[in-house]
Design a protein around this ligand. Structure first.
Ligand code: NAD
Ligand code: DAU
Length: 358
């Protein structure tokens, strides 16, 4: 690949969350000699136990802090001689953005602007620099029965979450156009896999089936999502970071559309099999509930630009990915229990309230 960018010291924001932690677990061992600094506020969604495989590595450092703290961000960029910022940190759950939008604007829009500004001041101090914004297909809004989101699809976000992510994407564009900051912007479809917080559809269903609790399906259950394994997303981000031309946007997706009710039925059947329950047992837990307001009907990503220009393709079949995910949750019940009870949060609050930054 011509002109491949090789970072030596990267700042990952939100690295204790679902995708950020999977990315660090993927990237660190694959890039020996490249330092990884993880800046995370440890909100309800951040869990350092996602990172036990890497936490003792000398090339890894965790900093407890807020992306909206410009002084802290500037200090990290300088003292670690950061040459790439990968911005994962966000408020990520659509339902929470409906009940409390304000924090979404603060974290997702203001947090992005503060990181961009600090990056702009810092970029000239290192030989080569990239800023990569991890975004979502939700910025494009909703599709009807046909068609796909391409990078040219106009932004038409429908939830406070997706509006805040679209606002952030526009700031990224502005920093490239106005200041020449070498930015990259990825827009990915729904991820699934290990360390997924059990408020999102797939891990919530797995957890509720374990506990024999009702499985809430919004509306008629016919909304469509395009599912990608989080490890494929991680590999795609690395590919874009190293090979993407600054100023470009890349869609990332698995070409793997599922209606919600079909995916819930599939998870039910796989769980019945694993838990040795009579076939059909878990499906009886399904309850159709009131629809999500502004519920986007269908997402489907055209990721052909990423394949054509940078050669990335997903490696997981959905059959393998969903089976492995279910087995991961069944073999990590302690992780699930701590997340659901909030025990892990209390522990980190106590630890980091005392010591602040680590
Ligand atoms: P997540 O909610 O699991 O994790 C978010 C992380 O950000 C947490 O560790 C949290 O502590 C941290 N964080 C929140 N506010 C912060 C702040 N002010 N300062 C520092 N850290 C803060 O989210 P996720 O599902 O891993 O999503 C990561 C990124 O990927 C987000 O930007 C999201 O919009 C995007 N994305 C997610 C999906 C998906 O399916 N989950 C798909 C496409 C894009
Ligand atoms: O498309 C990418 C986006 O995918 C990311 O940007 C978001 O951060 C991520 O949370 C995810 O958003 P969704 O709203 O698509 O994911 P969620 O898991 O919340 O819901 C998936 C679908 O399942 C959606 O149509 C709503 C439905 N649903 C969800 C929950 C939590 C239910 O029917 N019941 C539920 O209990």
């Amino acid at each position: 690949m011509p002109g491949k960018f090789q970072p030596t010291s990267i700042l990952v924001t939100g690295g204790a969350g679902f995708i950020g932690s999977n990315f660090i677990n993927h990237f660190l061992p694959a890039n020996p000699g490249c330092r990884v600094v993880n800046l995370d506020l440890l909100t309800y969604a951040g869990n350092l136990k996602n990172l036990t495989a890497v936490e003792k590595k000398t090339d890894y450092r965790f900093v407890h802090g807020d992306v909206c703290d410009g002084e802290l961000v500037r200090r990290i960029l300088d003292e670690e001689r950061i040459d790439a910022v990968l911005h994962f940190a966000a408020e990520s759950h659509v339902d929470r953005s409906i009940t409390g939008p304000e924090i979404f604007v603060r974290t997702n829009v203001l947090g992005t602007q503060i990181l961009l500004e600090a990056s702009r001041e810092h970029a000239g101090k290192v030989r080569n620099f990239r800023y990569l914004q991890v975004s979502t297909d939700e910025v494009y809004g909703s599709l009807g029965a046909e068609g796909y989101f391409t990078e040219e699809t106009p932004l038409a976000p429908n939830s406070p979450y997706s509006a805040s992510k679209a606002g952030a994407d526009l700031l990224v564009r502005a920093y490239f156009e106005t200041f020449g900051l070498p930015t990259l912007n990825t827009r990915c479809s729904n991820n699934y896999g290990p360390y997924h917080f059990p408020e999102k559809l797939i891990p919530l269903m797995i957890h509720n089936i374990m506990e024999e609790k009702p499985l809430p399906v919004y509306g008629d259950g016919l909304n469509v999502r395009d599912w990608l394994h989080v490890k494929d997303h991680s590999a795609a981000i690395e590919t874009v970071l190293k090979g993407g031309k600054p100023g470009e946007i890349f869609n990332i997706g698995g070409n793997n559309e599922w209606r919600n009710i079909d995916i819930v039925n599939l998870v039910c059947d796989l769980m019945d099999d694993r838990l040795k329950r009579t076939p059909g047992t878990s499906r009886k837990l399904i309850r159709f509930v009131k629809d999500r307001p502004g519920h986007d009907r269908r997402y489907a990503i055209d990721a052909s630009k990423l394949k054509r220009e940078l050669g990335w393709e997903p490696s997981y079949t959905f059959e393998r990915g969903i089976a492995e995910t279910i087995d991961w949750y069944l073999s990590h019940q302690e992780w699930v229990a701590e997340v659901v009870s909030g025990a892990y949060r209390q522990y980190y609050r106590e630890q980091y309230a005392e010591v602040g930054e680590q």
